[in-house]
Design a protein around this ligand. Structure first.
Ligand code: ASP
Ligand code: MG
Length: 405
């Protein structure tokens, strides 16, 4: 007998019928002899609806009150799921985040979990009950309802699994696992049996939307065994996120490919080559609360240097303006940019033991006439910035080049 935490996302609880299906799935796990703690999201679309309502009241909704409103979505689904379980003869009890209690800091709408009190849940489990907990919410150190950021119920589930020492945390969603790339772009994309935690973290931060990135970080920190599965389909073991590289010595160089259109490139050319200029330029961007992703600096001619960096597309105009404002005071020759770019990233822990991965990427893109504007690498990743019109082609070509299909 194991203790399993199961998390069901918005689509999985998107209608009365689907909630009944979730109840059946939970009942089945229970019938196999396991203890089950269930974490649910709000019904799909509900959180967006609540956000919109709040914005009708105030242009910038009061954060404390916004959380009061946002947390209601999950409160509905926990109650409904408890009823659905009782209706098929399974004893269950629902809890909001504050009832458990999931204790957080005071950063409303993006609170971090600090501590979870597991006593109530343990008592219920001992009494043979299924415990249902509202995802995405907790109680702040000031005693207010706090939410964890969009997609936060993944993090709730992982945190509960860590606090209870669960044997496995299963994230049920509308895809049947983690794919080599988005199957809507590459129909040959394959569902992976396993992926390492490091790879999952890279893919999550590079634009794969399967898991909230914070939940992956949490799982890594507390060594939670995490599995992604489909709630809409029966059978299949989904994808297990592992901590060790595969026993399998023949591990391929590449595990998956991610792409991200939320990119814009800024070029600052002919910057005086002296200490402090990188700080002056990038520091100004950071002060404006704009997140810088790729950065390249290279020696130019005659005591000057050139910078290229990328920012989220929504911050492009503001960042260009910032650079133009600094142009005179720093003595920059030229500021230019492009917001029709995308980043394609090739990820795999196997890269550590394979040579020539980057060369193969560049050759594959060259053969299609795709120009690479920027390159960045880590131990387990190579990212290229290219014209956005080639995003799908590049992804397909690389998927094929590394035999991922
Ligand atoms: N309901 C929240 C959201 O839509 C939390 C979640 O679904 O994970 O962001
Ligand atoms: Mg979600």
């Amino acid at each position: 007998m194991a203790l399993i935490v199961q998390k069901y996302g918005g689509t999985s609880v998107g209608s009365a019928e689907r909630i009944k299906n979730v109840a059946k799935r939970v009942a089945k796990t229970r019938a196999e002899g396991h203890d089950v703690v269930v974490v649910v999201s709000a019904m799909s679309g509900e959180t967006n609806r609540l956000v919109a309502l709040a914005h009708e009241m105030q242009d910038t909704p009061d954060p404390r009150e916004l959380d009061v409103v946002l947390a209601t979505g999950e409160q509905v689904t926990i109650g409904l799921l408890a009823m659905a379980l009782k209706n098929i003869g399974v004893d269950a009890k629902s809890y909001t985040g504050w009832q458990v209690a999931v204790k957080t800091d005071t950063a409303h709408t993006k609170a971090r979990i600090e501590e979870i009190d597991g006593d109530k849940m343990r008592d219920d489990l001992k009494a043979g009950r299924v415990v249902i907990v509202a995802g995405f919410q907790g109680i702040s150190s000031e005693g207010n309802i706090a939410t964890l950021g969009r997609g936060g119920s993944d993090t709730s589930a992982v945190a509960l699994a860590a606090a209870l020492g669960a044997d496995e945390c299963q994230i049920y969603t509308d895809v049947d696992g983690v794919y080599t790339t988005d199957p809507r772009v590459v129909p040959e994309a394959k569902c992976l049996d396993t992926i390492t935690f490091e790879e999952m973290l890279e893919l999550a931060s590079l634009g794969s939307k399967v898991l909230q990135i914070r939940s992956v970080e949490f799982a890594g920190k507390y060594k939670v065994r995490l599995r992604v599965l489909s709630s809409l389909q029966d059978g299949g073991n989904g994808t297990l996120i592992t901590f060790e590289e595969d026993e399998n010595m023949e591990k391929a160089a590449v595990t998956g490919i991610a792409f991200d259109k939320n990119q814009a490139r800024i070029n600052v050319r002919g910057v005086p080559d002296k200490p402090g200029v990188a700080y002056q330029l990038i520091g100004a961007v950071a002060d404006a609360n704009v997140e810088v992703d790729m950065i390249i600096q290279n020696i130019g001619s005659e005591g000057t240097t050139d910078f290229s960096f990328t920012v989220p597309r929504g911050d492009y105009k503001q960042t260009m303006e910032l650079m133009r404002n600094l142009q005179d005071s720093i003595g920059v020759a030229d500021v230019s940019g492009d917001d029709a770019v995308c980043k394609v990233s090739v990820v795999g822990v196997g890269m550590r033991s394979h040579v020539g991965v980057a060369a193969k990427i560049f050759r594959s893109l060259a053969e299609e006439g795709i120009n690479i504007q920027m390159i960045s690498t880590s131990e387990i990743k190579v990212s290229v910035l290219i014209d956005e019109k080639y995003m799908e082609l590049a992804t397909r070509v690389l998927h094929k080049a590394f035999n991922l299909g």
